[in-house]
Design a protein around this ligand. Sequence first.
Ligand code: UT7
Length: 314
Amino acid sequence: MTQPGFRFSGVGSVLPDKVVTNDDLAKTMDTSDEWIRERTGIGERRLGGTTSGLAADAARLAMERANVGPDDIDQLLLATTTPDYMLPGTAPAVAEILGLDCGAIDIQAACSGWVYGLVMANGFLLQGEKRILVVGAETLERMTDYTDRGTGILFGNGAGAAVVEPGPGEILGWDLGADGKYVKILWAEHGENMSMDGKEVFRQAVTAIQRSANAALDRAGLTTDDIDFVIPHQANIRIVEAAWKRLGFTMEQTGMRLEETGNTSAASIPLTLDKVLDEGRISDGDTVMLIGFGAGMTWATTIMRWSGDDRAAA
Ligand code: UT7
């Protein structure tokens, strides 16, 4: 099969208005701004909105930047672990808000979902489709207990989106994985808040990042020295630092938005990508790695020769 290439024609992200600082949380639980910053790297998180509403707002920005309208989108892939309803999926509602007339499905792979979506989008492009909208959107507030200091300090709401199409860039290597042995280290029963064994998630996350990054590098025939820029899932800065020590990446080549957003699960990588593009830190031809990891456990890595979103239509 011929490789059609992979270009990010537009990226966008949104955060809801309500800011909850660490000091705000310290009023309702036994914690402090100093502890949360030092142990996680998080300064604040945003609450409010709905998953479909945030998803549609982020998608609109991505579509504007890509200079495309609803008729141009061939598929909508929505990564979310906090759907608006048990039934149906949230993607059809997002498609309705945006006026899309195309396939629309949810991807539930927790924090790895958006990167799973990119690999799936590449598959659609290989089958001849022209533009895929890949959205990560979360309202983690729905299943977070903000009086529990073990989980309540970490999670927030937000959404990010990208329009991808054939182009001069390319997915050079990828890795998708899951290990169901670890379902019960981070999970939520129907109608309940999430439960988490934070230490075990931390340990498994560091292992998963390392394993997935190396598997994707092998598939691409590259080494860590070939990677110009990396965006990891934004869960805890210490997870990233521990994994980077093993892999040999530096924080200077790393995109982070955790301080401002907290952990936004499937939304975290596109939210960070949008910020990094604003800062002009990725250019055409760069070799860029995205690494998702999270509940399941699931993990997902892509390595791309970057092409796209020069913010022209912004
Ligand atoms: O997408 C994946 C989502 N999940 C994650 O990323 C979670 C990964 N895990 C983590 O980020 C960390 O394990 C936490 C941030 C959840 C906890 O950090 P930790 O460094 O593993 O803390 P700990 O559980 O080992 O607790 C250390 C101490 C304990 O006190 P003692 O026993 O030493 O007196 C805790 O009771 O810190 C205490 N503690 C807190 N203190 C203030 C635990 N949570 C807090 C808190 N504020 N929020």
